[in-house]
Design a protein around this ligand. Structure first.
Ligand code: GLA
Length: 727
């Protein structure tokens, strides 16, 4: 049993993690504990928080409940307006115009398995591997009912939680905030770690001490965004990469979000994660329900790395779906940085022939194959093949590639519309816009109003025709700007606050319909690089283009940052040309290969222009990656180093028999004594370097370390060493 209920205390045990909730005499739902798994038993521990500092700090609870004050109680789902001065997880304005809620326990049930969430991405599990607790709360005055769901998983320390609201009253209620995760921790001895960035520099990790008062990371862009990722962690002060306690939080959603912490006067920490209230309001008429997205809470006592590995396994097993989930992803060449918009069938077939000779498995045709698109100024929305570039359409190209034995992929950007497009000329109101205000183009494009069913249906129809017109195994789904002028011609004024979320529901519905129609297609997510790299997109796309920055050295930080929450197999990574198109930097071909092999591997350069030596290196890399792919997909990933002078990482296969170690010297100094200690090995086992035959004990590699001196690495050089556990 993963979830128990005894003496009004719920114990949710997921892998090595426990969450304890308690219903008070008067029906309030408190949170007693979240962290390392606890034994079943006596929970009369430090269940209740300290009394308020003085009578004027927080009001007392007048109804004789066990708690002294809602202002200091550790609430499982805090509300506003009634004496808790910390931020509320839910806010709802009733018919009287008042923003206050008092949620009290009504009942609960424990279900086998993990129910899905209507219209939203969510974790899934076989019935034998998970249990879900649903606790129903209700506000007496408005009749607003709130169901809190918590799912425990048998083997991983990750709890999935979500919230559903239902108006059981007889007057409309306006929701202005509904978070998916609320955590009240008894102390504040944590650092807050989050991932910030911008285009071509996504997911840079930053660790800062929690402070009294509030901290917030958020996106108000209608996408999870380059700027902040919908992930955060609370790390104990002494927690490091491999030791100490870490709580991690990931939002299974791809639109605007907010993560907020507040440390109160008593030193208690509240953490909230959910839809961004700045971009949200929802009118709930009597009888209507609203489902908020899902959030994940991971716990590890093996540091940040332990937390990352829990998320990697969880996302790989319980979020990513479809036939590609457990399959080696095809090694591909993408023509974007090879040709940009300047290609035709002949050029692509030529690229394909070279790719095939080198062992590459798929050619992906990027932007520029449709409408009149010769640059990024036009044609988004006109999803009809440009026969001038591709005579005979997609079929002729696809047939040509398949005859060579290559698979084919294409690029689309379905959520967008160019002002210079036939679609815009026919349906200008299909673009998000505010009547009477100017539009703000970005990359010369507007965003389609995906909250409108007819828009979703039209785009689905176009995609359906395209994907039915030829054999296409892979689709790169791009999204190159954020949402502004968010308003929908199809909704009344009182529902305009719903457009941001309805937009995401439309996108998710479109993705789901596409996967139902073409279940074997491998979808790759993309948003101007990694501007929508989140657990929501991973439910549809087993991999995501990590960043438009393909510079191997820049990718070290981007990929290590991404790996803090997301599995390496989800990170698309390509070898590109030098000088690098984003930074102008020169890096050896081998280094570019080793860095790209840290994720789902491919090429993005004109292979026909490579020297014979480089072509030979491609062949070696392709052959090597076939051996690495299953380890990267299922193995345990360790971040070993990331400094200006050394980056190193390691993956140990699920059965512990294979070890892949990679290191890069971004900046070389004369004194370079790099000795890197490996992790995750069996101390007493012997590991053989596959290339040199040298044998080390696990203990030696983990404690004394691997000395990189013999590899004679100069600036920007890299090495990849494979070890095999000896019998
Ligand atoms: C985005 C993507 C790139 C490429 C271009 C095409 O920037 O991230 O990989 O597909 O769009 O316009």
């Amino acid at each position: 049993m993963l979830i128990t209920c005894k003496d009004n205390i719920f114990h949710i045990r997921s892998g090595g993690e426990s969450l304890l909730l308690c219903v008070t005499r008067k029906g309030r739902l408190l949170q007693l504990y979240c962290g390392h798994i606890l034994p079943e038993g006596d929970y009369a521990l430090s269940a209740f928080p300290p009394a308020p500092a003085g009578p004027s700090t927080c009001p007392n609870t007048p109804d004789g409940d066990e708690i002294e004050s809602v202002g200091t109680a550790r609430s499982a789902y805090p509300t506003a307006g009634l004496g808790d001065f910390r931020p509320a997880a839910i806010r709802a304005v009733g018919a009287d115009g008042v923003d206050a809620l008092d949620l009290r326990y009504r009942g609960h049930r424990i279900l086998p398995g993990k129910p899905g969430l209507a219209g939203l991405p969510a974790a899934y599990a076989p019935e034998t591997e998970a249990e879900t607790l649903e606790i129903e709360m209700q506000d007496g005055k408005t009749g607003l009912a709130v169901t809190l769901s918590y799912t425990a998983f048998a083997s991983l320390p990750v709890i999935a939680c979500s919230v559903r609201a239902e108006n059981r009253g007889d007057a409309p209620v306006r929701l202005t905030r509904i978070d998916s995760l609320a955590l009240d921790l008894p102390d504040d001895r944590y650092d807050f770690l989050h991932l910030w960035g911008c285009w071509a520099m996504e997911r840079t990790s930053e660790r800062v001490p929690l402070t009294h008062g509030g901290m917030k990371v958020a996106s108000r862009r209608g996408a999870s965004s380059h700027s902040h990722n919908p992930f955060a962690a609370l790390l104990r002060k002494d927690a490091s990469e491999e030791a100490g306690e870490a709580l991690g939080f990931a939002f299974v959603y791809s639109g605007s979000f907010q993560i907020e912490t507040e440390v109160d006067f008593a030193g208690q920490t509240r953490l909230l994660m959910g839809l961004n209230p700045d971009n949200f309001s929802w009118l709930l008429n009597p009888g209507e329900t609203f489902q908020a997205p899902e959030a994940l809470i991971a716990y590890s006592d093996a540091g940040l790395g332990g937390m990352s590995r829990a998320f990697h396994k969880f996302i790989s097993r319980h979020i990513i779906r479809g036939p590609w989930k457990d399959r080696d992803r095809p090694i591909l060449v993408n023509n974007w940085e090879a040709t940009y918009f300047h290609f035709n069938t002949e050029k692509l077939l030529e690229l394909g022939r070279t790719a095939k000779d080198l062992g590459i498995e798929m050619l992906v045709m990027d932007d520029g194959w449709f409408g009149a698109r010769e640059d990024d100024h036009s044609s988004l929305g006109d999803w009809f093949v440009n026969e001038k570039k591709l005579p005979g359409g997609l079929k002729a190209l696809s047939d040509g590639l398949h005859r060579m034995g290559l698979m084919m992929g294409i690029w689309v950007e379905p959520e967008m519309i160019s002002p210079d497009s036939d679609l815009y000329r026919a349906h200008p109101d299909w673009a998000l816009q505010i009547e009477g205000r100017p539009d703000s183009p970005s990359r010369w494009q507007y965003v389609l109003d995906m909250s409108r069913k007819e828009v979703e249906d039209y785009i689905f129809g176009r995609l359906y025709d395209i994907l039915s017109s030829a054999k296409i195994e892979y689709v790169k789904w791009d999204f190159n700007r954020n949402l502004s002028e968010v308003s929908s011609a199809s909704l009344p004024p009182e529902r305009q606050g719903e457009v941001w979320h309805r937009y995401m529901l439309g996108v998710y519905s479109l993705l789901e319909r596409l996967l139902r129609a073409f279940p074997d297609i491998l979808l790759e997510g993309c948003a101007g690089g990694g501007g929508r790299f989140d657990a929501g997109m991973l439910y549809y796309c087993p991999q995501i283009w990590t960043s438009d920055d393909t510079d191997a050295l820049e990718r070290l930080t981007i990929q290590q940052g991404t790996s803090i929450c997301y599995p390496p197999s989800a990170m698309s990574a390509h070898v590109s040309a030098v000088p690098n198109h984003q930074t102008g930097r020169m890096t050896p071909f081998k280094t570019r290969g080793i860095v790209a092999m840290g994720g789902s591997f491919g090429y993005e350069l004109d292979l026909t222009k490579l020297s014979d030596e480089e072509k030979a290196e491609v062949k070696r890399q392709v052959a090597l990656y076939h051996q690495l792919a299953p380890v990267i997909r299922d193995g345990d990933y360790y971040r070993l180093e990331n400094s200006d002078t050394l980056a190193a990482w390691e993956t140990v296969s699920a059965d512990g028999r294979q070890v892949i170690f990679s290191a890069v010297i971004p900046y070389a100094r004369i004194v370079n004594t790099h000795i890197v200690r490996l992790r995750g090995l069996d101390e007493n086992a012997r590991y053989r370097d596959i290339e040199t035959g040298k044998v080390y004990t696990g203990g030696m590699l983990m404690h004394a370390g691997l000395n990189l001196a013999p590899y004679r690495l100069r600036e920007r050089d890299a090495v990849l060493v494979r070890f095999e556990k000896a019998e």
